[in-house]
Design a protein around this ligand. Structure first.
Ligand code: NAP
Length: 302
């Protein structure tokens, strides 16, 4: 038998789970597709994670989680999981190899949702971005728009306002979804404005983005807007794997009970990938700890 536990996904939920399993002396492998930290690692500032009252960058917090997990003995590898096979021994097949384990913790999180409008895919990296922390410096003194009205859209608009000349938030409703504390920050940055009741229809340009067409959904009228950058923050979609008979909801989030058990014994899910109400770092790490303890109990029962 290779491992006691394999954790799939190295965001806050997966890293928290691996800290707990390694500390419980379970032989733990964590498989991450890109770099550890997940969505957290590309977030500018984290203000609501307890213990960091003066805020910490998402990247720095990700490094701390990563170091803590390795300190307790987690083996971390970078590879993509292709599928999971259930059985008396569970098997994880990756792009490069395969691994056997007694228990699996799925913490694959979510990925960005795209608008699927003309021009969006063509201009990715040439004016269309899904990561302000990564790309904001390219838009110094330029005009950018941010699509969405949630926490991500407002938080990233505030970050962009430090670089761009103007930041225009385009939101499809007449009211932002973002938390009040984030909404209040808009007023502190005079170069941020909001256009309500509007959606993006098309993105135009030659080599780079030059203009967009937005539609006022009340009047159905179109308007051209000259912009250099389009930052899209319209929510998340679950990173679903090829899973053996694991029950999902209609969107693709994994159904679990409060102990993070999925519908398959010995396979647990935690963090943003599971069906839940609140997706925050603090809820992800709590899920991870619970999944680890449930995996430990499962292994002890074998
Ligand atoms: P979100 O909360 O799901 O918000 C998505 C936004 O995009 C909503 O305003 C939604 O409009 C809009 N939208 C969805 N589909 C659209 C479409 N096709 N076209 C135009 N607009 C569209 O997603 P999020 O902001 O990425 O946040 C995800 C999770 O992370 C949330 O739980 C959030 O609280 C959390 N988060 C927390 C923080 C923080 O605590 N500082 C920071 C970032 C994210 P409607 O409002 O009309 O539905």
């Amino acid at each position: 038998m290779g491992y006691d536990v394999i954790v799939v996904g190295g965001g806050p939920a997966g890293l928290s789970a691996s800290i707990y399993t390694s500390r419980a002396k379970l032989k733990t492998l964590l498989i991450e597709r890109k770099c550890c930290g997940g969505q957290m690692a590309i977030t500018d500032l984290i203000e609501n994670y307890p213990g960091f009252s003066s805020a910490i960058s998402g990247f720095d917090l990700a490094i701390k989680f990563n170091e803590q997990s390795k300190l307790f003995g987690t083996e971390i590898i970078y590879d993509e999981v292709a599928s999971i096979e259930d059985g008396s021994t569970k098997k994880i097949i990756t792009m490069q190899s395969s691994y056997e384990t007694k228990a699996i913790i799925i913490a694959t999180g979510t990925n960005i949702r795209q608008m699927n409008i003309p021009g969006e895919s063509n201009f990715i990296g040439r004016g269309v971005s899904f990561c302000a922390t990564c790309d904001a410096p390219f838009y110094r003194d330029k005009n950018v728009i941010v699509i969405g009205g949630g926490d991500s859209a407002v938080q990233e608009a505030v970050y962009l306002s430090k670089f761009a000349k103007t930041v225009t938030i385009i939101h499809r409703r007449n009211k932002l979804r973002a938390s009040k504390i984030l909404q209040e920050k808009i007023a502190l940055h005079p170069n941020i404005s909001v256009i309500y009741n509007s959606i993006l229809k098309e993105i135009y340009g030659k080599d780079l983005v030059e203009k967009v067409v937005i539609t006022d959904i009340e009047t159905n009228k179109n308007k051209d807007l000259k912009v250099d950058g389009v930052f899209v923050f319209i929510g998340l979609v679950p990173n679903t794997l090829a899973l053996p008979n694991i029950k999902l909801d209609s969107i693709g989030y994994i159904m679990t009970d409060e102990s993070m058990n999925t519908s398959v014994p010995g396979i647990f899910a935690c963090g943003d990938i599971r069906k839940k109400q609140l997706r925050q770092i603090v809820t992800a790490v709590a899920d991870g700890a619970q999944a680890a303890i449930s995996a430990q109990h499962y292994i002890e029962s074998l």
